[in-house]
Write a protein that binds this ligand. Structure first.
Ligand SMILES: C[S@@+](CC[C@H](N)C(=O)[O-])C[C@H]1O[C@@H](n2cnc3c(N)ncnc32)[C@H](O)[C@@H]1O
Length: 224
């Protein structure tokens, strides 16, 4: 186990040292070799903040379209499909997508390998709901504006982006991955053309000065 952990750390650092903030995910999933316990962000079920949001909205998908960015092992995507959304879920890692398909062989979710920075054009400005769950924070701070802009680009007029992650007080030290978002960085979603609808921040002394957030943004649009 200690060897596996060192290997995973080495994979991450080798890529980050050469300025590659995305390339480590595929070998990281591959090194896990089907063992979900080796994936630190996998929580064996949908993210708590996503479930809370859905319950607060009494959100049934009602056949609306949803896109899950960087879907990892697929739990958020499956949750949204159960709620009645038509879900596309993608990840840059082929291993992760193969893993989703093995876990959920009869799933209605359309799992695809894709890069959020070079997505199929038909996904742009196209989804009623876009979910960004621990994605922006997983990419180095110098990619932040690009990651936020890429996430916002999927939202249809009148559609929502649900952003879930960890934040950090401005000025506090951070050394990632992951790199929690400052409040100034969270404001980038609005600079990317969305309007903030709600923002929840949960403090947890175990992770201070970090906190958990879920934020909902909307793209202005006729008819909604
Ligand atoms: C920290 S994990 C979070 C995974 C999942 N959302 C969850 O909460 O379990 C970040 C995910 O984003 C994916 N990812 C990173 N860069 C990406 C990119 N450029 N395009 C698509 N997915 C990407 C990774 O492969 C990884 O599955």
């Amino acid at each position: 186990m200690a060897d596996e952990r060192r290997t995973a750390r080495e994979i991450v650092h080798e890529h980050l040292e050469r300025g590659d903030g995305v390339g480590w995910f595929e070998p990281f999933y591959a090194a896990a070799d089907g063992n979900a316990a080796a994936i630190p962000w996998a929580v064996a079920g949908p993210r708590r903040e996503l479930v809370k949001w859905a319950h607060e909205q009494s959100a049934g998908g009602g056949g609306q379209s949803a896109l899950v960015i960087g879907c990892g092992l697929g739990d958020d995507a499956e949750f949204l499909a159960e709620l009645g959304y038509r879900v596309i879920a993608f990840d840059v890692s082929q291993t992760a997508i193969d893993w989703c398909k093995r876990r959920f062989p009869d799933s209605p979710v359309d799992y695809q390998v894709a890069d959020m920075f070079a997505p199929p054009v038909e996904w742009l400005v196209a989804f009623d709901l876009t979910v960004e769950d621990y994605i922006v924070q997983a990419l180095p701070p110098e990619m932040r504006m690009d990651a936020v802009t890429a996430s916002a680009a999927f939202v249809a007029p009148g559609g929502l982006l649900l952003a879930i992650g960890r934040g950090i007080e401005d000025g506090a030290e951070r050394s990632g991955p992951p790199w929690p978002l400052t409040m100034a960085e969270l404001a980038l979603f609005e600079q990317a053309g969305l309007e903030r609808q709600s923002f929840h921040r949960d403090f947890d002394s175990a992770i201070a000065p970090q906190f958990r957030y879920r934020a909902v943004y909307r793209r202005d649009g006729a008819g909604q």
